[in-house]
Unconditional design. Structure first.
Length: 179
């Protein structure tokens, strides 16, 4: 099965080509948010440091990393030729993709080096105090989330002029199984 660029992917890419710094991707199950983000991060060879994060190690391993493994396999590449498990980093061209998780909602997280691109998977699972410093230290940001309820992305980021909220559904994911 070939890797396909879906409408979800196109909407994500358009956010940045339209000049937005922050892409807020709201969508439910089957919309292909994580898959589209993974493909976009691999495409961004102009980024030296990329951080992909979610709320727990289990969700990181079973979500983002599993999607990367599948993308590499379908492309005929061995993910583990590029992935350093001890450091939880993927070296791809000139980019280093760091895989991180926020195991709690404590403030003060993210007071680390700056990054070119930050991807927060399931942003509604983490608190603002845990991510605000990561966001402040990132040139571009992707946040995906389910439409369960309003949270900090709607309150803190959506009103900003450099932020674009777009909604995706399973109809935007041409790779979604019929069932």
């Amino acid at each position: 099965m070939p890797v396909a660029l879906t409408t979800t992917y196109s909407k994500l890419k358009k956010s940045f080509s339209d000049g937005y710094r922050i892409a807020l991707m709201q969508g439910g199950q089957g919309a292909g948010k994580n898959w589209a983000s993974a493909l976009y991060l691999l495409e961004r060879q102009d980024c030296r440091i990329i951080t992909a994060m979610t709320d727990t190690y289990s969700n990181l391993k079973d979500g983002i990393i599993t999607d990367y493994e599948a993308i590499f396999q379908w492309s005929g590449l061995n993910f583990y030729d590029f992935f350093n498990k001890a450091e939880m980093t993927l070296t791809w061209g000139k980019s280093k993709i760091q895989f991180r998780y926020l195991h709690d909602l404590k403030g003060g997280s993210g007071k680390s080096k700056r990054r070119d691109l930050l991807y927060i998977n399931e942003g509604n699972r983490v608190g603002w105090a845990a991510v605000e410093h990561y966001i402040a230290r990132s040139k571009e940001i992707i946040i995906d989330f389910n439409p369960d309820r309003a949270f900090w992305a709607h309150e803190q980021l959506q009103p900003r002029e450099d932020s674009n909220l777009f909604i995706v559904t399973y109809r935007d994911n041409e790779m979604c199984p019929k069932n």
